[in-house]
Design a protein around this ligand. Structure first.
Ligand code: GLY
Ligand code: MN
Ligand code: MN
Length: 489
């Protein structure tokens, strides 16, 4: 039994979301429409050629990483098999899929693969073949040009792997056009895609709620991580998460991407710790990216409450201000100024908010950007495409993963944070232009809070936002939810 029925709908059972093939048909139509509007391609018989992801071994062993389809290939063809190719005729939208031929001696390990006609039915493709027929098929199709994909991901700096096969040099290949166009298509989510993203986020939020209600001082961070993973997979059918789980508590909250190999969510959670859990499940490739911050013992201390409410105010102010046409940099600055004003109100800072912002003080407390595009990738593509504003250079805003104006249909995260990061504070205090704004005695008191982040997933709509992140957010909601925890009864 597979998660994909023969009609191609993706589902992990009746209790999970069923995703129709129309999601990919519509993506293909949108891509063809954008390409058809390019004058240099008009009147030519061009094809898009994409190569899917490959199975990758752990170093030299015969154990593979859990396979994840390459995101552009997933977006266009929605094919789960590794080592596949897809060909899309731009003028007609006809789809040709190529699957790896599994040698019979592997059936004992891998099971019997589908027949070609079954792949055709499952993926509702116009034509299907084995990959060893790719060159031969293209020779018969005689494309005037093959559009392949290459480009540099503006978050990772890594280059997209361009489709290649033996014999490609015989064709007229253009790798200059596709990246910008397909990435821009990915930026605007269709209703089909939104449905999947709402599902992944709802499952993640319910998982966070379950984790919160089971959390208690004395547990290890990884046990909360384990509860999240169990929930999203067992209840929601989400086999993967979109990024490494960040499960920190207390002072670890000040490590932005905690949870990596040398900080593996392994600290014991103490009474009085704030937990900062940033975890998002992915379903059929689309990911959530949700952060909750809550007190492990169910009650915020006064100082934790102050910092939490400052970050919540930043989050809510942005939420109310977003609409199409607003520049994302402006939203970042707005959130930063709300945070600085909040820190001023509790006497942690002194001076004028605009002046301290201009001096670069906001980046001391929130070194990361306000949020980013979200989709198949957690830091989704499209932040800095050709023709879009370039990355700003000033402190703080330079961390933004996009500097664009918002458009209806974008999916973004809103994730202001306030952290007490020792090395960053140390260098700020050594810089007289920043130190003059900081009340060191009060700062000392707040360091134990570690950090707070509140991260929501939203769609930009025609006149505002749809926040599709149903978790307790206000102090009251969180303490109420935590009071349901058996532990505190
Ligand atoms: N989880 C990484 C981020 O929030 O961007
Ligand atoms: Mn996150
Ligand atoms: Mn994020």
């Amino acid at each position: 039994m597979t998660c994909m029925s023969l009609n191609g709908n993706f589902s992990m059972g009746e209790h999970t979301l069923s995703i129709p093939r129309e999601l990919y048909k519509l993506n293909q139509e949108r891509l063809c429409k954008s390409l058809n509007s390019i004058s240099e391609l008009l009147n030519s018989d061009c094809y898009v050629l994409l190569q899917g992801g490959n199975a990758i071994s752990h170093y030299s062993s015969d154990t593979d990483y859990d396979f994840r389809q390459e995101s552009y290939f997933q977006w266009t063809f929605g094919v789960s098999e590794p080592d596949s190719y897809g060909l899309l005729q731009v003028s007609t939208g006809k789809v040709h899929l190529f699957f790896s031929r599994i040698p019979e001696e592997h059936y004992v390990w891998m099971g019997i693969p589908l027949e070609l006609n079954e792949y055709k039915q499952r993926y509702q493709a116009d034509y299907v073949y084995y990959t060893d027929k790719l060159a031969e098929t293209l020779e018969l199709l005689k494309p005037s040009v093959l559009l392949t994909l290459t480009g540099v991901n503006s978050d990772s700096g890594l280059t997209v792997k361009e489709a290649h096969f033996d014999g490609i040099e015989k064709f007229d290949v253009n790798n200059k056009i596709l990246y910008n166009i397909i990435s821009e298509c990915r930026v605007i989510k269709t209703e089909y895609e939104k449905e999947v993203m709402r599902y992944a986020t709802k499952v993640s939020c319910n998982a966070h709620k379950s984790v919160m209600s089971k959390c208690k001082p004395g547990m290890f961070e990884y046990q909360c991580e384990a509860n999240f993973l169990h929930y999203v997979y067992y209840v929601g059918g989400c086999r993967h998460v979109g990024y490494n789980n960040i499960c920190c508590s207390g002072l670890s909250n000040a490590i932005l991407h905690y949870g990596h190999a040398t900080e593996p969510n392994a600290k014991k959670i103490c009474d009085g710790d704030l937990c900062l859990f940033d975890m998002g499940a992915s379903y059929c490739g689309y990911t959530a990216d949700v952060t909750v911050t809550f007190p492990a013992n169910g009650k915020f201390s006064d100082d934790q409450r102050s910092i939490y409410n400052i970050v919540l105010a930043a989050n809510q102010t942005v939420m109310k201000s977003i609409k199409p046409g607003i520049c994302w940099i402006e939203m970042h600055i707005l959130a930063n100024k709300v945070m600085l004003k909040g820190l001023l109100d509790i006497n942690l800072l002194q001076g004028d908010v605009d002046e301290m912002y201009d001096a670069g003080l906001a980046a001391v407390f929130q070194p990361h950007g306000l949020g980013h595009l979200l989709g198949l990738d957690v830091h989704d593509v499209g932040g800095y495409l050709e023709g879009c504003p370039e990355r700003p250079l000033q402190p703080g805003v330079k961390a933004l993963r996009m500097a664009r104006k918002l458009k209806a249909g974008m999916a973004i995260t809103i994730e202001p944070g306030c952290y007490f990061i020792k090395p960053v504070l140390k260098s700020a205090l050594e810089n007289p232009n920043l130190a003059k704004y900081i009340n060191q005695e009060v700062l000392e008191r707040f360091k134990v809070v570690g950090g707070v982040r509140i991260e929501d997933n939203v769609f930009v709509t025609e006149n505002g936002v749809e926040n599709y992140t149903p978790v307790p957010r206000t102090i009251e909601e969180i303490e109420n939810w935590m009071s349901k925890n058996e532990m505190y009864k």
